[in-house]
Write a protein that binds this ligand. Structure first.
Ligand code: FAD
Length: 392
């Protein structure tokens, strides 16, 4: 993107943020997608941030993605995550869909007509990304999809789905294909509600999806989801999620500092005390570390992509996993510390002048949103393969 387009995109993000700020509390309260925020996102062109300009998109890159995700999360973490996950799915289509499918879908994404939801979690496979129990079946109408999807962010408002499926009834669970399905190609039945501690505005409901899609809607080739995941879905996800969590924690700290410096500061908090200073320093350092590491890993991934190189190298995979885990842990820890510093009325109570308790609940999900445990065990195994210890 040129500089002028970049600043236009940032201005659009700031407009969306204003709307998100007004509605974030209600989306959380009602555990519903923020409709005014989604409508403005669709109008703003930001749904097509990563779509190349020749397909009508903004032609943004991964630095734009992480910057805008932080702006949106400053308004509403849930809506920022909806947008971030949509961009993650868009990146998959941009890099792996066959040309006719790209020609059909990318202009719709750019116009804000196609919000893409993700279906990877399964009832028996849980969060294990590279396996799926439900097989694709060849039928006369096309490939038959019959999929329980226990957690689908924005599932009820999605216009299309990217779904992991076992590639055939005879294939093992780890031979996974990714298929695109338009909403009108699927029979969509709501299964179970979304009444969670946090991230309530993602309305990540359970769905049952069934219907037929043409073989041309297999993305990345039969049984080739592993490559799609390693080169696009996981890296872009980790960058964009880390940016959302960082944006939320930055927002919380900015508001806390604003309040501590104002006349509304509770008399019990002495900002000249060394204890308060030490606590603020620890919060700030956590966010500095996540911000710097996010920036570094974004640059690494961008450079590799620009060179046409794979992201599947051992060190790069370690860096991407580390980014997700430290962003999840440190942003949550920082908000936990903010609650401690702000105290019961300001930090812990619902309806306080600062939405710290909402940030606390939202950021608690970060370690679960693709379990840190899975990434830590993978990183441990990869560490044994990188004797030269290539740090980011
Ligand atoms: C806000 C939010 C939005 C989401 N949106 C979507 C979506 O749109 N689409 C979608 O498909 N999914 C979505 N998910 C699901 C998410 O990606 C994970 O799949 C899901 O949270 C994992 O469920 P789980 O916690 O049961 O963990 P699982 O990964 O299924 O693991 C189950 C348990 O095993 C443990 N465990 C796993 N691996 C290991 C290991 N190697 N060693 C030790 N213990 C291990 C875990 O810690 C956990 O306790 C979303 C989740 C959240 C929080």
């Amino acid at each position: 993107m040129e500089l002028s387009q970049r600043s236009a995109a940032l201005e659009a993000a700031a407009r969306v943020r204003t709307i998100l700020r007004q509605h974030a509390g209600a989306a959380d309260e009602q555990a519903r997608v923020c409709e005014p925020g989604m409508a403005e996102l669709r109008r703003s062109g930001l749904m097509g941030l990563l779509v190349p300009q020749e397909r009508g998109g903004l032609g943004g890159d991964l630095s734009d993605l992480v910057e805008i995700a932080q702006v949106l999360a400053d308004g509403c973490t849930s809506t920022a995550m909806i947008w971030a996950m949509h961009c993650q799915q868009a990146d998959v289509l941009i890099h792996f869909a066959a040309q006719p499918l790209r020609d059909r879908l990318l202009p719709r994404i750019a116009r804000g007509e196609l919000y893409l939801a993700s279906v990877t979690t399964g009832p028996s496979t849980g969060g294990h990304l590279l396996s799926s129990a439900s097989p694709l079946t060849d039928t006369e109408q096309g490939l038959w999809v019959d999929r329980e999807a226990p957690i689908v962010t924005g599932g009820l408002v999605a216009d299309g789905f990217l779904i992991t499926m076992r590639s055939s009834p005879d294939a093992p669970e780890n031979e996974v294909s990714l298929v695109y399905a338009d909403r009108d190609q699927m029979d969509v039945v709501e299964r179970g509600d979304w009444d969670t501690l946090g991230m309530r505005g993602t309305h990540s409901v359970g769905l049952k999806l069934s219907g037929a899609v043409p073989r041309s809607q297999v993305v990345g080739g039969d049984g080739a989801f592993r490559t799609v995941a390693l080169e696009s879905m996981a890296p872009v996800g980790h960058l964009a999620w880390a940016a959302c969590w960082l944006g939320a924690a930055r927002s919380a700290l900015g508001e806390l500092v604003g309040l501590l410096r104002s006349a509304e500061r509770p008399g019990s908090i002495d900002i000249r005390s060394e204890l308060v200073a030490e606590r603020l320093a620890r919060i700030r350092m956590d966010l500095e570390l996540v911000g710097a590491y996010l920036c570094r890993v974004t640059a690494e991934v961008s450079q590799l992509r620009a060179a046409g190189a794979s992201l599947a190298g051992t060190a790069t995979q370690i860096h991407l996993n580390t980014l997700k885990v430290i962003a999840a842990d440190l942003t949550f820890r920082s908000v936990d510390r903010m609650v401690q510093l702000a105290g019961l009325s300001l930090g812990y109570r619902r309806g306080s002048a600062l939405p710290l308790e909402r940030h606390f609940r939202d950021l608690r999900s970060a370690a679960l949103n693709y379990a840190n445990d899975r990434l830590l065990t993978a990183t441990g195994a990869l560490t044994l393969m990188d004797r030269s210890v290539n740090l980011a």
